[in-house]
Design a protein around this ligand. Structure first.
Ligand SMILES: [Zn+2]
Length: 255
């Protein structure tokens, strides 16, 4: 903003999302330089103006430097922040979301090559689950309607980003395959999840936060999780994520 000032969006424990002006932060010798960069986590002393808060002073607690050493990590970290920003409300306390974002950024900093999407997907899926969009991954949605069948969840299931439900393979095929065979089956926007992908998604929303990020997946599961979670987020928030569009464009180029 202007020549030297910088407008920041802070996710705070006490006030949720707030807009803050760091006066002179773009100046070469600004004392706000360290605490006004992307992904900076710190303690901030603010004063309230008419439109903005102003930074008076601040202490950097964590710069997440490891995110800057790799474009994929950086991009998925930006995606996490954009998702958190979309989901948080101005002035409304949300300590859980801040804790989750910090854990997510920590996990992303250590992400292995090619696996950078996983921490972001765990963070986003958990954020959705904790804020009114808890998915139903443990039961076929036809259970109770079609008790003539066994709803076998050890096989792949079809996940619906529109409502967070699943269909077992048999019910999915019975509902969406045309009578002549596989052709033209669109599965109504569903995403197929292997039993490994379904287990990983269930795990990351049911475990305590300290354990939510500690699992490993193979490439097939990684891709399925990313497809399911990013579509679930976009569907539930009805928002276009700039960082996700960017990621889809560079996908594979930097691995
Ligand atoms: Zn079923």
């Amino acid at each position: 903003m202007g020549d030297k000032d910088k407008r920041l969006v802070l996710l705070t424990a006490e006030l949720g999302k707030i807009s803050v002006l760091a006066k002179g932060a773009l100046g070469a010798k600004s004392r706000f330089k360290a605490i006004s960069g992307s992904f900076s986590y710190g303690e901030y002393v603010l004063s309230k103006g008419n439109t903005f808060y102003y930074i008076k002073e601040g202490t950097l607690l964590e710069s997440f430097y490891g995110l800057r050493t790799n474009l994929n990590r950086l991009s998925y970290a930006a995606y996490m922040c954009e998702a958190a920003e979309t989901f948080s409300l101005e002035g409304q306390e949300n300590r859980e979301l801040l804790r989750l974002l910090l854990r997510g950024l920590q996990a992303e900093e250590k992400a292995e090559k090619g696996m950078e999407s996983v921490a972001a997907d765990v963070m986003v899926f958990r954020m959705l689950a904790e804020n009114g969009f808890y998915p139903e991954l443990g039961v076929c949605r036809q259970e109770g309607y079609r008790d003539d069948k066994k709803h076998d969840l050890s096989k792949p299931v079809l996940f619906f980003p529109g409502n967070g439900n699943i269909l077992c393979a048999e019910c999915a095929n019975a509902s969406f395959l045309n009578p002549t065979g596989n052709e033209n089956a669109s599965y109504q926007g569903g995403v197929w999840l292997s039993s490994g992908a379904r287990a990983a998604l269930s795990y990351c929303i049911s475990q305590p936060l300290s354990k939510a990020f500690s699992f490993k997946v193979n490439e097939e599961v990684r891709v399925q999780i990313h497809e399911a979670v990013s579509r679930y987020l976009q569907f539930q928030t009805d928002h276009v994520y700039k960082s996700l569009t960017f990621l889809n464009r560079i996908d594979g180029s930097f691995t």
